[in-house]
Design a protein around this ligand. Structure first.
Ligand code: DC
Length: 230
């Protein structure tokens, strides 16, 4: 893969990986805004495809059918990650349900689906000046990313945050059930054979169990400054 020289362009490729609910997209979005970079939420792409599969009645185990569906699907990310469109339809809210979360986790296990998504993510990110968040961004999509972060948090804390977000949106939920779902997704995402969630050895490790959201972004921004000075 040919890449621009980051020292010349200052347009870095920044990868943020970690389990669901650790605050990757909040941090990634804020970091991208601070730097004037594009934010790419790669999970939103798997979510959009999962939504399409659910609507079309395609079974979530049918790899070839899902890959074919992915080939015929136009997914666009805009507005610093706030807007996700599926074949032109705004699905930004529709992809955030618990049903789609579970479906996206299953859809993303299929190597043929991943290959397509990864190549689209590479196309979008290659020019640089980009913050990507996902599970395999620093290991598979851009193993030579200029800067990698692994953002972690313990499962209970992630469940409590999700529970509070739902409550703020007026949706009642059971924090124990959310924690069970989070643990199940962690297990599925980190044990799948193709591109499991793993921490790249050269990723900066941050733990949002103990760090507040602003502190996470601040540490990331400091690492970027150090990288640009290096
Ligand atoms: O980050 P998220 O929760 O929106 O991701 C939804 C699902 O997609 C999640 O179960 C894992 C999967 N995913 C992936 O396999 N690879 C990525 N780069 C991003 C997400």
């Amino acid at each position: 893969m040919t890449r621009r020289d980051p020292a010349v362009s200052n347009r870095l490729i920044i990868a943020i990986d970690g389990p669901s609910g650790a605050g990757k997209s909040t941090a990634g979005r804020a970091l991208a805004k601070k730097l004037g970079y594009v934010f790419l939420d790669t999970g939103a792409m798997y979510r959009a495809l999962a939504l399409k599969a659910l609507r079309a009645g395609v079974t979530l185990d049918a790899e070839d059918e899902l890959a074919e569906l992915a080939r015929r699907t136009r997914i666009e990310l805009a507005g610093n990650g706030d807007l996700v469109t599926l074949d032109g339809e705004d699905v930004s809210g529709a992809i955030r349900t618990r049903e789609v979360s579970a479906a996206a986790s299953r859809v993303s296990t299929h190597p043929k689906v991943r290959r397509l998504m990864v190549s689209r993510q590479q196309e979008l990110g290659r020019p640089g000046g980009v913050v990507l968040d996902g599970r395999d961004v620093g290991t598979v999509v851009f193993p030579d990313a200029d800067l990698k972060f692994y953002l972690d948090a313990d499962a209970r804390r992630r469940a409590e945050r999700r529970h509070a977000e739902l409550a703020a949106a007026g949706v009642a939920s059971d924090v124990d059930a959310i924690e069970r779902e989070i643990r199940a997704r962690d297990h599925a995402d980190s044990t799948r054979p193709d591109s499991p969630l793993t921490r790249a050895p050269d990723a900066v490790y941050l733990d949002s169990t103990v760090l507040g959201a602003e502190e996470v972004v601040q540490r990331m921004a400091t690492a970027v400054q150090e990288k640009l000075r290096a």
